[in-house]
Design a protein around this ligand. Sequence first.
Ligand SMILES: [Mn+2]
Length: 400
Amino acid sequence: MKIIHTSDWHLGKNFFGKKLTEEQSIFFEKYFFPLLEDIKPDLLIITGDIVDKPNPDYETQQLFKDILYNLFDKKIPAIFILGNHDSKRISLYKEFLRDLNLILVDNLNYFKNPFVFENRKGEKAYFYILPYLSLYELKENMENFWQEEIQRFAIFFNSKNQLFLKELIELLLSFQNSLKRPAFLLGHFALEKGIFTGEEVTLKCIGREEIFPINFFEKYDFLLLGHLHRLQKISHKAYYAGSLLPYSFEEANYNKGVWFLELKNNSLVKEEKIYLNPSFKIKTLKGYFNDLIKYPKDEAYIKVILKDEIPVLHPFERLKTVFPNLLVLEYEEKDKSNANYDFNADSLEIFDKAEIDLNEEKLFKEFYKLIEGNEIDEKLFKVFQKYLENFNEELNKETL
Ligand SMILES: [Mn+2]
């Protein structure tokens, strides 16, 4: 049985103001579907974050529809699960799609009774599916699907002031007594020892990133997971497919791809990372404006970090002539050690009450010195005085 595992597509992703729908569409056409034609998997698995926003726009939905149609047309069965970026808008037509062997999972139905997949040779595999759910949805699902255990829930819930995802998951896992094998767990969460890329923001559970120990999942044979954006394997059986494409400048140097697993007589005979070319290039360039402007034209999606200490006039517009896809421009962070950025009252000598004279001009001079480390020059100070004058004038008008 051949399985391709992919994840974190983030269809419709907006990359620093550049919407990637077209690049994603090209990627599927040029690299992803040709790979499927080549390998002819029995099953494709997508472990969450199908789209980037819970409320995807028309273009994104169209892209998703095209992908579903392609899978149907090529007769490739697929299981999609919801991630923290998805919502039930994506799984709205799941009842119809199921008849086309496209399984969209947004509840714990297939966690209670595994999804049984059988290929043409009659080989079977069992999928225990744990889509990403908010605490509230998880609790509701548990109450619906495990009514006999409701008594145990009541004791558990009543003893808690605050619910934690980790505890709920642990309880949920304890409901599964005997597994059918080979047992796959599909999920969208972070495991301990996993490498984060910084893009794994939780949208529905703000401020709380839950990380599970791998021993929670000991009883499963394979864990196919989403959420972490780096293609990686943790311990001997947890696979993260990572994001389909590089979605941050930091990811530029890491290979993107999918996992290819092959089973024979219920055991793994092959596991392979298959790298896929992204449909666009991303780069970070660091240097002085006068050097960068002489670079050969580059169509990559670019972030520039300017080393110039004196601000450059209209650097973005001018660099765009060399880098038409320039997306981000920032100045290199100055060494903060000579300026005191620690704004607590003790560190601000100017607020020493004995000396303080609440004169805006004096305060501004002190403030400038504190930030820049030197006295403000006369010309710049005159500009400030002019603004201050205008401000005071406006203020007088207001109070009249
Ligand atoms: Mn993601």
